[in-house]
Design a protein around this ligand. Structure first.
Ligand code: 13P
Length: 290
């Protein structure tokens, strides 16, 4: 199946009280694992590249072509979205769209809200003409993402409503989650989440979902979260599995068993997340909606 924008999948998830999993690509093994798990379990998936590591990944054109190639090579039939995570500038977002990304996030969360809204509007105009879905952020997700450290700033209903007026397709309203590891127990503001969901009617996106306890994930889904972003937990299980395989040194200098252990650990985690998000096995949803 060709790559698709995220809009219909998120709308359907919102209506059905489940959530699409967004998983970050950190190298070829990540992409291969995500696509294989999605296909084996018949689950729609969003695969994402963070703008901050685009040079490491080979750039937008390479990733766009590579994801398309892998979809063909692995005979993937389930719906797949290729998403730009945390687009750092309007120029970068346009580059991703021109390269063939089917979904983009413009992250203007460090700007004053009116500037964030004005730039997001530009992104929406460019993206929607090209059938690409747009995610924006209000408030600020805290934590450490690829070396960038932020404090948490809770999204306000007023800012969320201003942002919704740009015709974005989904909203990352920061409500207490952080990228990377949590220090202490995360505490999402569900009252605010409900108010933002009600006021904007948009599918909400939960960033920094690694390490959020399942009861809060479930409550987020019930409160209008339709897309859930996971990066850190995937990288943690990969690192642990690779470290263990290296320690066991069963393979001498053969990298294959070591990297396979990493892929298997990621596959188990991704499947369990899809199950937690109640999206496992729901790849026929788009067809069912037609
Ligand atoms: P984690 O670091 O909690 O996995 O969050 C990932 C994320 O939100 C990517 O945008």
């Amino acid at each position: 199946m060709a790559l698709i924008p995220a809009t219909t999948l998120m709308q359907a998830a919102l209506a059905n009280h489940d959530a699409i999993g967004h998983f970050n690509i950190n190298g070829p093994d990540w992409l291969e694992t995500y696509l294989n798990v999605a296909e084996e379990t018949k689950t729609p998936i969003i695969v994402a590249t963070s703008d901050r590591i685009m040079d490491f990944l080979g750039g937008f054109d390479f990733m766009s072509q590579y994801v398309r190639f892998m979809i063909q090579a692995l005979r993937i039939t389930v719906p797949v979205v290729l998403h730009l995570d945390h687009g750092l500038s309007v120029e970068h977002v346009f580059q991703a769209i021109d390269a063939g990304y089917t979904s983009v996030m413009f992250d203007g969360s460090k700007l004053p809200i009116d500037e964030n809204v004005a730039l997001t509007k530009k992104v929406v105009a460019y993206a929607h003409q090209r059938h690409v879905s747009v995610e924006a952020e209000v408030g600020s997700v805290g934590g450490n993402e690829n070396g960038l450290i932020n404090g948490v700033r809770y999204a306000s209903v007023t800012d969320a409503v201003k942002m919704a007026a740009t015709s974005i397709d989904s909203l990352a309203a920061a409500l207490g989650s952080v990228h990377g590891d949590y220090v202490g127990r995360p505490k999402l503001n569900f009252e605010r989440m409900a108010a933002i969901a009600e006021a904007t009617k948009l599918p909400l996106v939960l960033h920094g979902a690694s390490g959020i306890p399942d009861d809060q994930i479930q409550q987020a889904i019930q409160t209008g979260t339709a897309k859930i972003n996971i990066n850190t937990e995937v990288n943690t299980v990969w690192t642990e599995a690779v470290a263990k395989a290296l320690q066991q040194k069963r393979s001498g200098h053969d990298p294959q068993p070591i990297l396979t252990a990493g892929k298997q650990a990621m596959a188990r985690l991704v499947e369990s997340k899809m199950n937690d998000f109640h999206i496992l096995g729901k790849s026929d949803r788009l067809t069912a909606m037609r």
